[in-house]
Design a protein around this ligand. Structure first.
Ligand code: FES
Length: 116
C-alpha cells in the first residue's frame, strides 16, 4: 500500500512497502507489483536496488534473471541483456533502452520504494 511520508519541510514523498528486510537473501531478486509499479527488487549484501521489472527489450521479468553482485547488474533471463542496477542502463545487447530506477527506502525492517 502506498503511503505519503513527509521527509522534510518542503517535500512529501509517497512510498510503497515491498517487503521486510529478511524476505530477500543477498543475491536474490523478486518481483513486486505495488502502487501501479512493476518493480524488480534486488538485494546485494545489505543494499537493496529497485528497477522496473519489465525488460526494455521484450517485456520479460528482470526478477527472473541472475544477479551479478560485483558488477551491481542483473541479467535478463530471456536473451541475456545485462542491466545496471544503479542507472537502469543496459550494458549488453539486445536491449538498448534503460529501465526505470526507483529509490529504495529501508526503515527499520521495512523495504519500500519511492513512488515517482
Ligand atoms: S527480453 Fe530481455 S533481453 Fe530480450
Amino acid at each position: 500500500m502506498a503511503e505519503a511520508t513527509k521527509q522534510d519541510d518542503t517535500a512529501e514523498v509517497t512510498t510503497a512497502r515491498l517487503c521486510a528486510v529478511g524476505d530477500l537473501a543477498p543475491g536474490e531478486a523478486r518481483r513486486y507489483d505495488v502502487a501501479g509499479l512493476r518493480v524488480a527488487l534486488v538485494r546485494i549484501g545489505d543494499d537493496f536496488h529497485a528497477v522496473g521489472d519489465r525488460c526494455s527489450h521484450e517485456d520479460y521479468s528482470l526478477a527472473d534473471g541472475e544477479v551479478f553482485a560485483a558488477e551491481c547488474q542483473i541479467e535478463c533471463a530471456k536473451h541475456g541483456s545485462m542491466f545496471d542496477l544503479l542507472t537502469g542502463d543496459p550494458r549488453s545487447f539486445p536491449a538498448t533502452k534503460p529501465v526505470p530506477v526507483y529509490t529504495v527506502v529501508v526503515d527499520g525492517d521495512d523495504v519500500s520504494v519511492v513512488v515517482p
